[in-house]
Design a protein around this ligand. Structure first.
Ligand code: HDD
Length: 706
């Protein structure tokens, strides 16, 4: 497909594109290769010769194809896009790319955190949400997650956190999973992780699509305006398609059927022109309000409830182009929250401060030296001009004999912005007068109030899922002591939560925190546990993902039409056009690939079958009328499609002549998610229920009272 949506960044990429069409095969030195099949040998059956430079050229490159994967966030998928600023926020920031009407090219990389580069997309995990804005004032990276808080408060603990969640060092198991002893050992000793752990055990960690997740800058940053005045800011990305999840059992099955499920979904949506969009929102906090809240805005384990500081939308991001080459772009992109553009600055969040060092350092290692900025995907669109030179892989060719500053021989260039009365990046002139301490503010010591806020803001189904997730993960660990220690933390958050999880583990949740947990917390706060301040709100709507029937959108949702030869085309077309009018996609699934014959005559080419597809990879299901009903009744794979769809609380519709098939499935109660043509307006009712995403009430049988 021809790539469109060009911009200055794409021009840079295009300048480096290699098109092999009509070109002869050459060595790396451009020598045409006569025979690419045979090594040079001493006789047809003889040994290979050392002088075979063509073979060596090929193999020496192949042997070096791999680079170290990212130490975290190794598994990722990316796309190009554009950001358009839509609000006037010049009172707060002088950042030019945020000036109303400005359009800025960008690249976004989504990722999971714990798994290796080839791990499944559907792991229960946080998702990375990294955006590189190629602004006219240089690159700006907003390197966030789909969860607005973090596990730890201080960067010093980051390697420990990562070692705990990654596969265990002796046997390198389990892959891309937190359900093992070392992770729960660590978090149960670090009560500051309680809030983020709640998010990680919620459906937020199981997105339906990368296109259906929120993104957060997590830390409090600072905007700085023309006058040098600072304003604290939190960044939010709000997806236009809404925020949706899959069920845990589904996630596990998708991992088997299609480990690239999220990557494929993003790629295909962009190829089809269904460009995903997010609004960028900000929460602005005047500097004077820094200490106003019951929590510390510098503490990355806390969010600012939208009820107390609303999110203002300041722009829209559209992903509109897939990369040309995964390695060159998605793998080699180097994000760094430690690089800023004028108008944006760090806050003193100790986690953010620590990140400022780690990212450039990791890129230097991962990308093999200090010239990673020159890789096409990392190059700024406004050019880079400085006196840095040489190093592995250097590509720029600096003219002349001057590579120092100040100089007169080069006309003083590249010149200092300030010497010409121009502006460049200036750090916010924050006054700091303090003693050096290796310690933590007391205002960071409340670990449970916001974990409670999160839990108590969830819908009944979401609470149930959290309970199931804790029960699953803690059941997987071997140490009873760790189970109890974590239950004690849950008991501090919400007694019913702890009790419900405890029941599944056969354990009574301890009333008090474990003495080891307290001992480690005292390391940071000698008088731990502290009395928490009264929170501003005890529930927050924005924290729940629940959509009610009829409220959401079904745009780009995939509806499986379950067919076989003899199916009625009329019955298909009626539903298909209704779904397509709402932006959803109908996919015909039959027993074989190739020609499908319709009841009314005529054929259609089938690409997907019960053999290649799985129920868990679709959002909703429709069985049309026709002679196909007779064969589907004897097709176990069809019945499994319906049974799994039912089990995963999805909408399932049946044309009149197909309704009898229900008797063969596990559907017992015809709840609102089972839509029958004989009972109403088939497509309208189907779409209405689909808009609610899932019929979670179907899970009532497993419900735990909270
Ligand atoms: Fe990090 C990668 C997000 C804390 C050190 N991080 C990385 C990526 C994301 C985040 C999305 C993937 C970037 C990409 O797509 O290439 N990290 C976060 C967030 C954090 C956070 C939201 C807390 C709010 N990270 C954090 C700390 C440290 C790091 C405290 C170290 C002190 N992160 C890294 C890293 C990585 C990384 C080791 C690995 C690969 C890379 O940087 O490029 O430097």
């Amino acid at each position: 497909m021809k790539k469109q949506n060009s911009n200055k960044k794409i021009d840079i990429i295009n300048n480096h594109l290699i098109d092999n069409t009509d070109k002869p095969l050459t060595t790396n030195d451009g020598v045409h290769i006569h025979d690419n099949n045979n090594t040079l040998k001493a006789g047809e059956r003889g040994p290979s010769l050392l002088e075979d430079f063509i073979y060596q050229d090929k193999l020496a490159h192949f042997d070096r194809e791999r680079i170290p994967e990212r130490v975290v966030h190794a598994r990722g998928s990316g796309a190009h896009g554009i950001f358009e600023a839509t609000a006037d926020i010049s009172t707060y920031t002088k950042a030019k790319f945020l000036k109303k009407g400005t359009k800025t090219p960008l690249f976004l990389r989504f990722s999971t955190v714990a798994g290796f580069k080839g791990s499944t997309d559907l792991a229960r995990d946080v998702r990375g949400f990294s955006v590189k804005f190629y602004t006219e004032e240089g690159n700006y990276d907003l390197v966030g997650n789909n969860i607005p808080v973090f596990f730890i408060q201080d960067a010093m603990n980051f390697p420990d956190l990562v070692h705990a969640v990654k596969p265990e060092p002796n046997n390198e198991m389990p892959q891309a999973a937190s359900a093992h002893d070392t992770f729960w050992d660590f978090v149960s000793l670090m009560p500051e992780s309680a809030h983020m752990v709640m998010w990680a055990m919620s459906d937020r960690a199981l997105p339906r699509s990368l296109r259906m997740m929120e993104g957060f800058g997590v830390h409090t940053f600072k905007f700085v305006n023309e006058k040098g005045k600072g304003t604290f800011v939190k960044f939010h990305w709000k997806p236009k398609l809404g925020v949706h999840q899959v069920a845990w059992q589904e996630a596990q099955k998708i991992s088997g059927y299609d480990a690239d499920f999220h990557r494929r979904d993003l790629w295909e949506a962009i190829e089809k022109g269904n460009f995903p969009q997010w609004d960028l929102g900000v929460q602005l906090i005047p500097e004077e309000d820094e200490l106003r809240y019951s929590f510390d805005i510098l503490d990355p384990t806390k969010l600012i409830p939208e009820e107390i500081v609303p999110v203002q939308i300041i722009g829209t991001m559209t992903l509109n182009r897939n990369p040309e080459n995964f390695f060159a772009e998605t793998e080699q992109i180097a994000f760094d929250p430690g690089r800023l553009v004028p108008g944006i600055d760090f806050s003193n969040d100790p986690l953010l401060q620590g990140r400022v060092f780690s990212y450039a350092d990791t890129q230097n290692y991962r990308l093999g030296g200090p010239n990673f900025h020159e890789l096409p995907i990392n190059r700024p669109i406004n050019g880079k001009y400085n006196n840095q030179k040489d190093g592995f892989g250097r590509q720029d060719i600096l003219k002349g004999n001057v590579s120092y500053f100040p100089n007169s021989l080069g006309g003083g260039c590249p010149y200092h912005a300030m010497l010409k009365g121009e502006s460049g990046f200036e750090s916010h002139a924050e006054k700091i007068d303090a003693k050096k301490v290796r310690g933590r503010s007391k205002s960071f010591a409340d670990h449970f109030t916001q974990a409670r806020l999160f839990f108590e803001s969830q819908s009944p189904a979401e609470k149930d899922h959290i309970i199931s997730a804790f029960s699953f993960e803690l059941s997987k660990i071997k140490s009873i002591d760790i189970r109890k220690r974590e239950l004690a933390i849950l008991n501090q958050i919400n007694e019913n939560l702890a009790k419900s999880v405890g029941e599944n583990l056969g354990l009574e949740p301890p009333k008090e925190l474990d003495k080891l947990t307290i001992q480690f917390a005292k390391n940071n706060h000698p008088d731990y546990p502290i009395q928490a301040s009264k929170p501003e709100v005890t529930t927050s709507k924005a924290l729940s993902m629940e959509v009610k029937a009829g409220e959401g959108s079904i745009e780009t949702r995939k509806v499986a039409f379950l067919v076989d030869n003899g199916v009625s085309k009329v019955s298909i077309d009626k539903m298909k056009s209704a779904l397509e009018a709402e932006g959803a996609e109908a996919v015909l699934i039959s027993t074989k690939v190739g020609k499908l014959t319709f009841k009314e005559g005529g054929t259609e080419n089938i690409q997907f079958t019960y053999l290649t597809e799985a129920s868990v990879c679709y959002d909703a299901f429709y069985t049309p009328d026709g002679d196909s009903v007779k064969t589907l009744a004897h097709e176990p794979d069809y019945l499994q499609f319906i049974n799994e769809a039912y089990r995963h609380c999805k909408s399932i519709s049946f044309a009149k002549g197909a309704e009898e098939l229900i008797k063969l499935t596990m559907i017992k109660d015809q709840d609102e998610g089972i839509i029958l043509e004989s009972k109403g307006d088939l497509s309208k009712d189907f779409i209405h229920v689909m808009k609610g995403h899932r019929v979670w009430t179907r899970e009532n049988a497993r419900k735990v009272a909270v």
